[in-house]
Write a protein that binds this ligand. Structure first.
Ligand code: SAM
Length: 269
């Protein structure tokens, strides 16, 4: 397998950054969302798998456990994320690279996936074309992405919702698209895929579930992690952000509260 050393420019515009608190948020989000995602990949024990934008490598580690006779490679452009990535299995490795220019020859992998990546990249269609290029005949691409306005809290949290909408504007300013989940069908078609199957991965977190607090904390940390950028781009004041967080902290105390969301997923050939 040809595996070039990539010439990678770290992206200063990555909305979440790589601070320790953000890495902790990502660990918690992995705990919540990995089991359903690994099922969605429908791996065989001997699958050869590529993850693009592998972050802290937690998901890739779980995928490598499932593809125990195959192998998993994670491509990630941030050296801070790679430095926090433990290589826990012999069939798992990570390399620095840019999703727009994958450092591989074509037709190598049975499954190529990305999760929570396309919303951050400059050219999602180019990334999907690259994912298609490295697929073996008969292989498939699997994607799970955000449409952040699908988030709902009940009882409602209007201050939080107002800041959350600003998050959409911020990501646009930074060159990303936090609504990209609903565009997956169109983007995959533009990237040349003929067979596309769409689905939702639901998140339903009532106050009496073990997942309620981790889910709501994930939402809060998305906002607090981007607070400095929201203020710098004049999309919100620190006071508005503090009030939004206080509102959701009060929501967290309610025995009748519930959080709802869904991820957009696609499988394509
Ligand atoms: C939200 S994290 C998701 C990580 C992992 N896929 C998961 O589901 O836990 C997105 C990751 O994509 C990486 N990333 C963003 N743009 C990239 C690019 N152009 N090439 C490679 N990685 C990229 C970021 O550095 C970050 O680690």
């Amino acid at each position: 397998m040809r595996f070039q050393t990539a010439d990678v420019k770290p992206d200063a515009h990555y909305i979440h950054g790589t601070e320790k608190t953000e890495q902790e948020r990502l660990v918690a989000l992995n705990r919540l969302t990995n089991p359903a995602f690994v099922e969605f990949l429908e791996l065989r024990p001997d699958s050869r798998v590529l993850e693009i934008g592998s972050g802290l490598g937690i998901l890739a580690g779980e995928v490598a456990a499932r593809a125990s006779q195959g192998g998993v490679i994670g491509i990630e452009f941030s050296s801070a994320q790679l430095a926090a990535t433990p290589v826990t299995r012999p069939n798992l490795r990570f390399a620095q690279g840019d999703a727009h220019r994958l450092p591989f020859d074509g037709a190598l992998f049975d499954v190529v996936y990305c999760r929570y990546l396309l919303e951050h990249v400059a050219d999602p269609v180019e990334v999907l074309r690259e994912m298609r290029r490295v697929l073996r005949p008969g292989g498939r691409v699997c994607v799970q992405e955000n449409n952040i306005l699908a988030n709902e809290f009940y009882p409602e949290c209007p201050r939080f919702d107002a800041i959350w909408e600003k998050f959409v504007a911020l990501q646009l300013k930074l060159g990303g698209d936090s609504l990209i989940g609903k565009k997956l069908f169109a983007l995959l078609r533009q990237a040349g895929f003929q067979h596309i199957r769409l689905s939702f991965a639901p998140e339903i977190h009532p106050a009496d579930s073990d997942t309620f607090l981790p889910w709501v904390e994930n939402m809060i940390h998305n906002v607090t992690g981007a607070a400095a950028l929201l203020v710098r781009h004049r999309l919100a004041t620190q006071r508005e952000i503090d009030e939004a967080v206080a509102e959701v902290r009060a929501f967290e105390m309610r025995p009748d509260a519930c959080g709802y969301f869904y991820w957009n997923r696609a499988r394509a050939w």
